[in-house]
Every structure is written in C-alpha cells, then in structure tokens.
Design a binder for this molecule. Sequence first.
Ligand SMILES: Nc1ncnc2c1ncn2[C@@H]1O[C@H](COP(=O)(O)OP(=O)(O)O)[C@@H](O)[C@H]1O
Ligand code: SF4
Ligand SMILES: [Mg+2]
Length: 326
Amino acid sequence: MSGNENLVEVKHLKEYFSINTGLFTSKPLKAVDDVSFSIRRGETLGLVGESGCGKTTVGRTLLHLYKPTDGEVWFDGKKIATKQDLVEYRKKTAMVFQDPYSSLNPRMTVADIIGEPLDVHKLYSNKKEREEKILDLMARVGLNSEHANRYAHEFSGGQRQRIGIARSLAMGPEFVVCDEPVSALDVSIQAQVINMFDELQEEMGLTYLFIAHDLLVVRHISDRIAVMYLGKMVEMADANEIYSHPLHPYTKCLMSAVPVPDPKVARANQRIVLSGDIPSPLNAPSGCPFRTRCPYATEACAESMPEFKEASSGHFVACHNLDKFD
Ligand SMILES: Nc1ncnc2c1ncn2[C@@H]1O[C@H](COP(=O)(O)OP(=O)(O)O)[C@@H](O)[C@H]1O
Ligand code: SF4
Ligand SMILES: [Mg+2]
C-alpha cells in the first residue's frame, strides 16, 4: 500500500451527451459539468441529489465506463492516461448497480454469475479453486452455499443484490461505486444490506462512492457527503458537519426533509422548503444552476457560476451569497 491519502481524485470532470434536437442539429446535455473531488483511502463518500442531477453519470465516468468529455481521474496517485492504465484501473474498481432485477442474467446460476469475472480474467488455476473462490464470496455476502446452483430469478430483491455485490467483489477491487444499491429494495431490508456494505468495507479494506437520492440512506454509512445539483457539485463536507451545519441553500432544502432528533439542528435545517421542479440539463440556467429555485438568488447568481471553495476546514460550498444568510 502506498502513502497516498487520496485513493481517487477527480479533477474538472465533464460528461456531455450529444442530444439530437432536429434532423441535423444536436445540443450537449451537460450531465456532469466540471466536478472535482477526492475520496480518501478506506472512506465512504456519499453522493446525493435529486433524480437526474448526474450522480450515476459521475459514477460511470469516474470508472471510465463512459469516456470523460473532459477532466482527469487519478487513482492511487497516478493519472489514468493510457490504455494500460485503464486495464489496471478496471481490475481495481467495480460498480454495484441500482436494479438487481435487470442487472443479473436470470438464466445463469448464482455460481456462474459470480464466477464470470473470474473466468474472464482467469483468476484461478483449476475448477476447485474457482469453486472455493465463489463459495468464499457467497459467504461474505451472506448467501448460503446451497444456493450456488440455483438461478437468479429464484431469488428475492435483497438476495439478488447480494449476488450482484459478490460478483462486483470477485476481482478483489479496492474501490467500489455503489449506485443507489438499496433504492429498489424493500425498506425492511435496506438497513441489512447497508450494514453488509459496512462490514465488507471493514473486512476487505474497500473505499466507496455511495450514491443515494435520500440523505437518510447515506447518513449511516458515509464519512463525508457531497451534494449535486444539475450536473454540478454544490457542497461537500464531513457527514456530521453537513447534517449540523448545511451551508448551501439546496442542501438545507434536502435536510429539511430529513427527521432529526436535535431540535436546534432541526430549526437550522427547516428554513427553506424546495419549490418548483429541477430544470432540464438541456436548458440549464445561466450562472448558479439553483437560482431558479433559490430564495436568496441575486443578480450575481445569474451572471456567474459560484466557485466551489472551502468555507471552513474541509467544508466546500459553491454559493455567491453565503454571508447574506448565515
Ligand atoms: N446515456 C445517456 N445519454 C443521454 N443522456 C443521458 C445518458 N445518461 C444520463 N443522461 C442524462 O443525464 C442526466 C443525468 O442523469 P443521471 O446521471 O442518470 O442522474 P441521476 O443518477 O442523478 O439520476 C439526466 O438528464 C439524464 O437524462
Ligand atoms: S449562488 Fe445564488 S442562487 Fe445559487 S445557491 Fe447561492 S444564493 Fe442561491
Ligand atoms: Mg442514477
């Protein structure tokens, strides 16, 4: 293990999709627009924001499942630049998908789903070793070994997500993007699965980017939390700090929907109620993307995008008017 504190660094990442607006015309949809952050070795960075704000695209582009339109991704102190870097990077990173119903082939057995990455990369020398590896992964995610030869469609959502997680972990990744891994599951089993992510992190020394649209889900598991709005990162801080001192008006809106036991914190969080819909990223407002819904918007907010800067130690926020309401 090297001495880099940051395992993952993202610098000015952009992902623009070209959208046809007519027969011969197209327009860039700025799904991720100049986002920078880092993730420390062994930590969980929670990434939250409303549906469509660009969370999945950040995760996929960061893993180079989409080629970035612009910007850099660094892993373990090294920029991902060449094809060879990418091959190495792919072995050390993985993604857990949101929907365990569509991400697993229902006609494959559990053993073959989990074993497929091992087969592709020839990570065993004989059948017995393959089987041992598969059974070890199954045990880690709490699946009974008797289930190995059954088919994915025979399982419940929670069990399918466990199968998906075991498959993602098969290559022994260091970094995992968990894309709303419990959103499609019954509320009654969400906590179990989140606890499992926690345990796996401890046992396997994993680093997570944990995506959710719900702040309650990431609270328990995150060391730090980042908030996105319309393709931009608007705030990032330690999880406790975000909950007790949210600075960005959008974060405060999100917080006001989360029940908190401390009345002081509850008061601080309940000053703003979010109104209106999130604009389309094809027609994003000029300047600050939140200005069409922000009660503190001024002329400056329409003119330029506020810089994402450190307001207090380790607490980053992008807003022109912080001094006006705090
Ligand atoms: N492959 C794609 N092609 C075109 N547009 C896309 C694609 N993937 C996502 N988008 C658009 O990019 C924006 C961000 O999407 P996404 O990253 O999925 O958001 P989230 O995960 O936060 O819900 C949305 O407007 C979505 O419609
Ligand atoms: S920059 Fe302006 S519009 Fe954007 S969040 Fe701050 S006050 Fe609101
Ligand atoms: Mg998503």
